[in-house]
Design a protein around this ligand. Structure first.
Ligand SMILES: Cc1cc2nc3c(=O)[nH]c(=O)nc-3n(C[C@H](O)[C@H](O)[C@H](O)COP(=O)(O)OP(=O)(O)OC[C@H]3O[C@@H](n4cnc5c(N)ncnc54)[C@H](O)[C@@H]3O)c2cc1C
Length: 130
């Protein structure tokens, strides 16, 4: 069951180290926990999702629920003659995911190493600028 903490300090959860507080904070370890929050914990809303907090600048306390997907796991799910398809949890660190692909002999995203943040935010942020 997901644990929702109250008056939670976010200093360690944004790379700028801004010392703000969330009224509520939860780390979801699975898709089921995310669904549980969205369906059964609306009293804590509004909500905002964070990953590694590397592209967020908090300017004041957040009067709602900060939700951090902490889903782990990296595994190959399919491959064809050209591509390998890998499933990675939103809570995986992006750079460690890139390293995993390199260590697994998979090419294609190695130029995106050392970008801060989580796998879950990568499609939102559209990692790949360089
Ligand atoms: C020093 C530095 C260097 C960078 N260099 C590059 C670079 O070379 N190339 C490049 O492409 N990018 C670069 N970036 C940008 C980088 O892509 C983002 O900072 C990173 O993707 C943000 O990831 P995060 O997990 O920290 O997201 P956060 O900062 O936590 O969140 C960013 C946004 O994504 C949303 N979000 C986060 N997780 C999820 C989720 N699981 N589901 C839905 N929405 C979510 C948040 O609500 C927020 O709107 C750089 C950033 C920094 C700070």
């Amino acid at each position: 069951m997901v644990v929702i903490k109250e008056n939670f300090q976010l200093k360690q959860y944004n790379t700028m180290g801004i010392n703000v507080y969330a009224r509520y904070f939860a780390q979801a370890q699975s898709l089921e926990e995310i669904k549980d929050i969205l369906e059964n914990h609306r009293d804590y809303f509004p909500f905002y999702i964070i990953g590694g907090g590397s592209n967020i600048l908090f300017t004041k306390d957040y009067n709602g629920l900060i939700l951090q997907p902490a889903i782990k796991g990296i595994k190959p799910v399919a491959e064809d003659h050209e591509y390998s398809f890998i499933e990675a949890g939103a809570g995986e660190n992006w750079d460690e995911f890139v390293k995993w692909t390199v260590d697994s002999g998979l090419g294609g995203i190695e130029n995106l190493s050392l970008i801060p943040g989580s796998v879950g935010s990568s499609p939102i942020q559209n990692i790949g600028a360089y």
